[in-house]
Structures are given as structure tokens and as C-alpha cells.
Design a protein around this ligand. Structure first.
Ligand code: SF4
Length: 283
């Protein structure tokens, strides 16, 4: 295991973070194993000013486990849209207990917003962008106002719109760290199995990408996980991830639908602390 990178990383004022600083930060994190990179982001660069955003979905246990090991009191933001599967809410509570997470904040639209903007509770079927805007995007914007940076669990293999996902990006207001960007589906599965983490109950039914009940479906053979979202609509993202204003480190990027196989080395490394951010497991 390589040594953590230098601990003298200066505080980065996120509101002023220019692309060069984002690239510099990404290059520092990319030299580390994933857990080391998380440690640096949580404790050295953005102490007290960074949150994890989690859907408590099919793959969320990996990032949450890593964060819990480093600091179980890390703020975790869960967007409770009011449209989730009951299984997701139960899984959230189970995972919180299993990992000992101490600061999970369920955020979402106010009752007044929901009554005004989705009176018939059916907006997702005719205006999913508008529905996501008030149920997800605006609540998260409000919650992130108190932070300079956030950590996501997005991966490149999840779909074409994420195939070029950088490890670090700047969206105009916040630095975003995507420590699992180059992980493979096999690596995720190996980590969950290796650490005996609870699995979202809908995974067993064939759900690979889980969000609101009305907008998530069982994955079909060979399709990207994100393809199971918003079927019938030309929509693959909810809107919480804005176009990046910085540039990311150029790592190898998988093609859409690329299948990956965990090697013995990758699996062993993953079970311990996750692959290096520059690991070829991104293939
Ligand atoms: Fe609405 Fe669907 Fe977006 Fe959930 S995923 S906020 S139900 S459009």
C-alpha cells in the first residue's frame, strides 16, 4: 500500500477554486488509494466543510462504508424526495445502524412545495425535469449551502453521460469529489461481499440503479444501469450534477456498456481499501 500523499495541502476556498486548483487536487488524490483520497478530502482539505451525498441505492454501501471507517460523524445528505421505495427508506435506516453513521440528514421538498408543485402527486409522469427540480435539485442546493465540497458515489460505468466523469470537478459553487469514478461493477460487488455489507433488497429483484419508485425499473440484460431510470423519457440525470466548470485529470475512460472483470489483485486490493484512483480497474 502506498503512503498517503503529503498532508500539507492548503485549504482551498471553493468559491474561488479555479480549474488549475481542481486539476492539482485531482492529481494529488489520484496518486492515492481510494480510502486515502477520502481521508485527505475529509480531514486535510475540507475538514468540516464537506458532505457525502448518498441515495442509499444499489451501490451506496461502498462509499458509505469507507466514509464511516474514516469518520462516522461525516455529514451524509440523503434526498428524501417523498417518492422513494419503502425498501430504500428501510435500507437507509438499516445501513445507518450497520455502519454507525452519526450524521445522516434527510433533506427534501417542503410540504408546501410538494402541495403546490405536484398537487396530484403525478408530476413525474409528465414533467420529470420539473419534478426532480423541486424534489431533488433545490433541496440539495439548500443543504449544500453550508459546505464547500461534496463527495458523490458516481461511477463511469453507470452510463454514457458519466463515461468521462473526472475524480474532482468544480460545478461553479462547490468542489465535487468522485472517488469511485473508475471503479467497475465487479469491484463494487467484490467490496460489498468482502465487507459483508447489507445489500439493498431491490437488487435481488434486478434493480441496478435505484431512485424514486416511479422512475426506477428493473435493468434489462446488457444495458447501462442508468438506462433503467425514466423509461420513456429522454432523461438520464436528475439535475443535481451540473456541467463542470473545471477540467479533470485525463484517465482512461471505458466505453459505454463495457463489462469489467475483477482480477485477483484488484479484488484483494478492493477488499482492503479500494483500488488506486489510477488503477486500471476503470476499464
Ligand atoms: Fe420526481 Fe422521478 Fe425525479 Fe423522483 S426521480 S424527483 S419522482 S422525476
Amino acid at each position: 500500500m502506498s503512503e498517503p500523499v503529503a498532508m500539507s495541502v492548503p485549504r482551498i476556498p471553493a468559491m474561488l477554486a479555479p480549474p488549475d486548483l481542481v486539476v492539482d487536487l485531482e492529481s494529488r488524490l489520484a496518486e492515492s488509494l481510494v480510502t486515502q483520497a477520502l481521508q485527505i478530502a475529509l480531514k486535510e482539505i475540507f475538514p468540516g466543510r464537506i458532505a457525502v451525498v448518498s441515495s442509499f441505492g444499489a451501490e451506496s454501501a461502498v462509499l458509505l462504508h469507507m466514509v464511516a471507517v474514516i469518520d462516522a460523524a461525516t455529514p451524509v445528505l440523503f434526498i428524501d424526495t417523498g417518492r422513494h421505495f419503502g425498501e430504500t427508506l428501510e435500507y437507509r435506516d438499516r445501513l445507518i445502524g450497520h455502519l454507525g453513521l452519526k450524521d445522516v440528514r434527510s433533506i427534501g421538498p417542503s410540504a408546501e412545495e410538494a402541495a403546490t408543485l405536484d398537487a396530484d402527486f403525478n408530476r413525474a409522469t409528465w414533467d420529470p425535469d420539473g419534478c426532480c427540480a423541486f424534489r431533488k435539485v433545490r433541496p440539495l442546493e439548500r443543504a449544500l449551502a453550508g459546505f464547500d465540497a461534496w463527495i458523490t458515489g458516481r461511477k463511469r460505468f453507470q452510463g454514457a453521460t458519466r463515461s468521462g466523469l473526472p475524480i474532482v470537478e468544480f460545478d461553479g459553487t462547490h468542489v465535487k469529489v468522485n472517488p469511485l469514478a473508475n471503479w467497475s461493477a465487479a469491484g463494487i460487488e467484490a467490496y460489498i461481499a468482502g465487507h459483508q455489507l447489507p445489500v439493498h433488497p431491490l437488487v435481488a429483484l434486478g434493480y441496478r440503479s435505484i431512485s424514486c419508485a416511479s422512475c426506477s425499473s428493473i435493468s434489462r440484460p446488457g444495458e447501462d444501469p442508468r438506462a433503467a431510470r425514466w423509461r420513456g423519457f429522454n432523461k438520464t440525470e436528475c439535475g443535481i450534477h451540473r456541467p463542470i466548470a473545471g477540467r479533470g485529470l485525463s484517465l482512461s475512460k471505458p466505453s459505454r456498456g463495457t463489462k469489467t472483470t475483477a482480477t485477483a489483485v484488484e479484488t484483494a486490493e478492493t477488499m482492503m481499501s479500494g483500488p488506486s484512483l489510477l488503477s486500471k480497474t476503470c476499464s
